[in-house]
Design a binder for this molecule. Structure first.
Ligand code: ADP
Ligand code: GLC
Length: 483
């Protein structure tokens, strides 16, 4: 099949979270599986600084795109995804994407990502490449289905094209004022295709428009596909999602074990497997040394790697972590950045518990890998989590996760039961401080029992969430749509 992916992030070129990992992992799998895959991504300033070579694509130079009164031109560059056969097509429009930052706020981003989406279609036309499937991701590219119908419907090249929209996070919807936007997008003569109530209220919602027009919608886990049909996690779109439930399915994300595998991870100084864990203990000592904590301790190390937003559930930690750190012998190693109240909280823990808690504010890919490997436990108490990748990485690294039972966390982590020795982590049901405290205490009480702990680690390390498995579900879906 000819598959066109359009997204705001593709790892390693552009990543702020799991979206980039998933678009890269899924697309590489599809290419390996024999499909003709073309991925469209903005040529952000940070990509231009990389060492790879980017080659101009013939016939796609200085192409004009108008968004209302604003006129842009883009050229297309192509470059290979490191370590794969996959070609990425970069939309080079310095005026919109020349800066390093991937996101600049919805007020500016709606134009940037509308141009990305249009540029993908303009490029397909000039390359004479008619995709069987256009797969768009999150609000940024959710307009692909409607733009395809409204602006490119005349072009026979797209006659057989079907559209899939994947919801990675319904918490972000791309809400803008309808006033100028609808006309600017070229949808002024198609307002009967838009949500009437929103228009009457002067609003236009990228995600909602995508959900209305995509041939099929996926969410990134089975549980999340159900949760978004409820008022709590539907963020106002649950009614529409219930109405479209016959065209909505949850597919759990895959993991790129080429990137995330303790046997070969280039960011680690020691390697290990479930058969030989010696390297894991060296990784732990190394991590403690790297962050300036005493490496001789036998205490368990709890790791966190996260965007620091309300979604990630750290509000629960405000009460629980100071109390646990005071009461029990553990180490806490945190990597993340985001809202200042969470950053300030982790700085505070570091100053209240010197030698026990450590915080690095920022984005640091190598350190993320070393925390996955060097920690004994991985903490992810998310309030909601569409899928989550870190818990799957931590399972593979023998670092049992402590998670709230929600979304993809519920689908990928099973509560450990020491008697039969089943399960892979510590799962709490109630999103409340006592739930998190129970899970942490259970984990810390289990840790000293080495044979039991090693059984738990082995259970997690044996899990297979590879794209070779998960990606097949997308291939089946595309196949059904294309017919
Ligand atoms: P989300 O996409 O909601 O942030 P996921 O668990 O799906 O959550 O994916 C997060 C990804 O981003 C993981 O690959 C994780 O390692 C990475 N990540 C998050 N924060 C940081 C950070 N501060 N430094 C490095 N990597 C990070
Ligand atoms: C979003 C979600 C996360 C998911 C990722 C990739 O950022 O917050 O749960 O794993 O997308 O699908």
């Amino acid at each position: 099949m000819r598959i066109c992916q359009i997204a705001a992030e593709v790892t390693p070129f552009a990543k702020t979270g799991g979206l980039g990992d998933v678009v890269a992992g899924l697309s590489s799998f599809l290419a390996r599986d024999g499909h003709d895959v073309r991925v469209f991504l903005p040529f952000y300033g940070q990509i231009a600084k990389r060492t790879e070579t980017f080659t101009p694509v013939d016939f796609v130079r200085n192409v004009p795109i108008a968004i209302g009164p604003r006129h842009f031109t883009f050229s297309l560059l192509t470059g290979q995804l490191p370590g794969s056969d996959l070609w990425i097509y970069f939309v080079d429009c310095p005026e919109l994407f020349g800066q390093d930052k991937i996101y600049q706020g919805d007020l500016i981003d709606w134009v940037r990502f509308a141009v990305l989406t249009r540029a993908a279609f303009e490029s397909c036309e000039r390359m004479g490449w008619g995709p069987d499937v256009v797969h768009c991701h999150d609000w940024h590219t959710a307009l692909a289905p409607i733009l395809l119908k409204a602006l490119y419907g005349w072009d026979r090249l797209f006659d057989r094209t079907r559209t899939v929209l994947t919801i990675h996070n319904l918490g972000y919807q791309g809400q803008v004022l309808a006033g100028v936007v609808v006309d600017a997008l070229g949808l002024g003569s198609h307002i009967h295709w838009l949500d009437g109530a929103d228009l009457a209220a002067g609003r236009f919602n990228f995600m909602k428009t995508g959900l209305l027009h995509a041939d099929f919608v996926t969410a990134v886990s089975r549980t999340y596909a159900k949760e978004i049909q409820t008022p709590e996690f539907g963020f106002g779109l649950d009614g529409l999602l219930r109405a479209r439930s016959d065209r909505l399915v949850g597919i759990v994300n895959g993991v790129d074990y080429g990137e995330w595998n303790p046997e070969i991870d280039p960011h680690l100084f020691y390697h290990y497997s479930s058969q030989d864990l010696a390297g894991k203990w060296n990784c732990k000592r190394n991590l403690l040394r790297e962050v300036g904590l005493d490496e001789r301790t036998a205490a368990p190390v709890v790791g966190i790697v996260s965007r620091l937003t309300p979604q990630k559930g750290f509000d629960l930690c405000f009460d629980v972590l100071p109390e646990i750190l005071a009461r029990r012998d553990l180490r806490l190693v945190v990597l993340g950045s985001g809202e200042s109240r969470y950053e300030e909280f982790f700085y505070l823990l570091q100053s209240l518990f010197p030698g026990k808690a450590w915080f690095y504010r920022g984005f640091n890919e190598p350190l993320a890998h070393r925390i996955e490997a060097g920690a004994d436990l991985f903490l992810m108490p998310s309030k909601f989590e569409p899928c989550g990748l870190n818990q799957m990485y931590s399972l593979k690294y023998g670092t049992p996760p402590i998670v709230h039972k929600t979304g993809g966390l519920a689908d990928t982590v099973e509560l450990f039961d020491s008697a039969p020795g089943t399960g892979t982590g510590f799962v709490f049901d109630h999103f409340a401080p006592h739930g998190l405290r129970w899970a942490l205490d259970y984990a810390l009480d289990t840790f000293p029992h080495r044979p039991i702990w090693e059984k738990l680690m082995a259970n997690g390390m044996a899990q297979d969430f590879s794209w070779d498995r998960q990606g097949k579900e997308y291939v089946e879906l595309y196949g059904r749509l294309v017919g």
